[in-house]
Design a protein around this ligand. Structure first.
Ligand code: ADP
Ligand code: TRP
Length: 324
């Protein structure tokens, strides 16, 4: 039987190269090989967005982004998290199985708490809802970036706990983290993240690409000096894109003879060649939002039917379902 792959992106801002290489591309690469689900993680987005009109816009954007990168709705079920409200019920049941100290050890909560003492309960409970998302569909693999690894471990712990208490029900999911792109670095050398303002958007304009690349900090080595590709922020992007001239650029770094200005110019060209077709597909898709809504509606029905089957079993096992 085909294994199941599930992936999700939170609609909280522009999708960037970190999201693409860390989590989105795998879906497109593997949609022929797995029973695939992709969803827009809008319940989770509520932990940071309290503007209905904005959330609606960002949600539709993420659905369009998935379609633009090549998600084929005939192969992958694309849906909104909120079209499967059963996940909130499942997360409630999970909430009753795990302890507060256990959840307090989650990195995301600890980070949020350090920044802001008044963390909302949704942030605290975030990994539990994520576990419900993953376990609901019998997921085997979850493509994510390195930063989400702990969340998959929590989902595994919760599955084990439930199975132990109520009998075998949930599969144990595995993260799918590509070793070569564990963490995509941003233009400032820190992890690329919407919240750091160091991103290159997956659909950036030519001008935005140029501006972002030009802002990447480098050291002060002269053109002729040999350079270490492993420590250069510009080269990290060359490696990510794997353009045809990658090995040529690497050789020139090691030998000396390429300056950072030229390296950046090559990168701008490569990024434009990579992004332009994505951007133009994205523009085509945006011309027909009705079609996108239709895909989401149909995907939501498929996902929900699956969730209802799982919840029937869960409700029966935990004792919520009365039947004589
Ligand atoms: P952000 O940090 O920009 O808010 P999200 O938390 O919405 O990104 O992440 C969505 C998905 O993209 C997750 O699977 C996450 O692991 C992945 N991801 C985000 N940033 C990166 C990055 N810099 N490198 C690799 N994967 C990333
Ligand atoms: N936590 C993920 C992120 O920030 C979003 C997410 C929620 C998710 N549920 C998921 C990702 C299930 C994959 C599978 O990116």
């Amino acid at each position: 039987m085909q294994k199941t792959l599930l992936t999700g992106i939170k609609p909280t801002g522009t999708v960037h190269l970190g999201n693409y290489f860390g989590a989105m591309r795998q879906l497109v690469d593997f949609q022929n090989d797995y029973r695939s689900f992709a969803f827009v993680v809008n319940y989770h987005a509520l932990t940071s967005i309290s503007d209905g009109a904005l959330l609606k816009k960002l949600t539709l954007d993420v659905a369009m982004d998935y379609l633009a990168i090549g998600l084929d709705p005939k192969k992958t079920t694309l849906f909104l998290q909120s079209d499967v409200p059963e996940v909130t019920e499942l997360s409630w049941i999970f909430n009753t199985l795990i302890s507060v100290p256990y959840l307090m050890r989650a990195h995301a909560y600890k980070d949020a708490e350090q920044k802001n003492k008044e963390v909302n309960v949704g942030v605290f409970d975030y990994p539990v809802l994520m576990a419900a998302d993953i376990l609901m569909y019998g997921t085997d693999v979850v493509p994510v970036g390195q930063d989400q690894k702990q969340h998959i471990e929590i989902a595994r712990d919760i599955a084990q706990k439930f199975n132990h208490v109520f009998g075998a029900t949930f599969k144990l999911p595995e993260p799918m983290i590509l070793p070569e792109v564990k963490t995509v670095m941003g233009t400032d050398g820190r992890k690329m993240s919407k919240s750091y303002g160091n991103v290159i958007s997956l659909f950036a304009s030519d001008e935005e690409i140029k501006k972002a690349v030009m802002s990447i900090p480098t050291d002060s080595k002269g053109i002729e000096e040999p350079k270490d590709p492993a420590t250069c922020n510009v080269f990290a992007f060359h490696e990510l894109l794997k353009a045809e001239n990658l090995e040529d650029v690497r050789t020139r770094y090691l030998a000396g003879g390429i300056g950072y200005k030229e390296s950046k110019e090559i990168l701008i060209d490569n990024l434009r060649a990579f992004i332009t077709p994505l951007r133009s597909r994205r523009e085509d898709i945006a011309r027909d939002p009705e079609a996108v809504l239709r895909i989401l509606r149909e995907g939501g029905e498929v996902a929900r039917a699956e969730a209802q089957k799982m919840m029937h079993d869960v409700r029966e096992k935990v004792g919520l379902l009365l039947s004589l």
